[in-house]
Design a protein around this ligand. Sequence first.
Ligand SMILES: [Zn+2]
Length: 226
Amino acid sequence: MPRLVFLGPPGSGKGTQAPALARELGVPHLSTGDILRAAVAARTPRGLEAEDHIRAGRLVPDPLVLGLLRERLAAPDARTGFLLDGYPRNLAQARALEGLARVDRVLSFELPEERLVERLAGRRICPACASVYNVATAPPRTPGRCDRDGAELVQRPDDRPEAVSKRLRVFAEETAPLLAHYRELGLLRAIDASGPPGTVAERLRREVADLIPATSSSPAPPRRAA
Ligand SMILES: [Zn+2]
C-alpha cells in the first residue's frame, strides 16, 4: 500500500512525474489545488467555504485544507494508498497529516538552483489555450508563438528571474525543517531530478519498487492505517 509524498521546489519536474507514477501504482494523485477545485465545483460545505476565501483573494486556511484532505483521503480510491503532491509544505502541515494518514515514503526532488531558475525563467504560456513552453527545453516551432493557435506567448510575472529566486528561497526556508523531520523518521529519499523526464521516472521507480503491490504470493497482508 504505497502512501507517498512528493516534495520538490517549483521547476523540479515533480508535477510531470506525479500523475504517471500514481497511475503505475494504482493510487490517486492528490494535489491540494485539485482537491480545492473539485470541492468548489462539487459545492460541498467545505468547498463553498473555500470558495469564499478564494473569491476574497485570501489563502485558504490550513484547517480547512486539512478538512478537505481528510474527506479526500476517505474516498474509496484512496484505500489502496495515495500520492500527495505539494503537501505538506511545512512542519505544521506534516504533523497535521500524521493525524490523518501514515506516510510510507517521502520523495524529495533535487536539482541545483541555477537549473531550477533556468527551467522556470524559460517558461512561456499561451494566453489563449494555456499551453506551456520552455525557450530552453521545449520551444515552440515559431519563436514566441503558440504552436496550436499562433497566439503570442507570455511570461507569467511569477516566472521572471527575480520572482523565481524569491520563490525558491521561500520554498527552501519552508521545507528545510520538513526535510529534516522526514529524514529523522527514515522516510526521506532524495531523487536526482536532473536529466530527461524518462530518466527521472526510472530513478523514482527504483525508490518505490518495494511498495508496488505484489501481484502474487505476497507474504504479508497490507497494514491499514488507523
Ligand atoms: Zn495556444
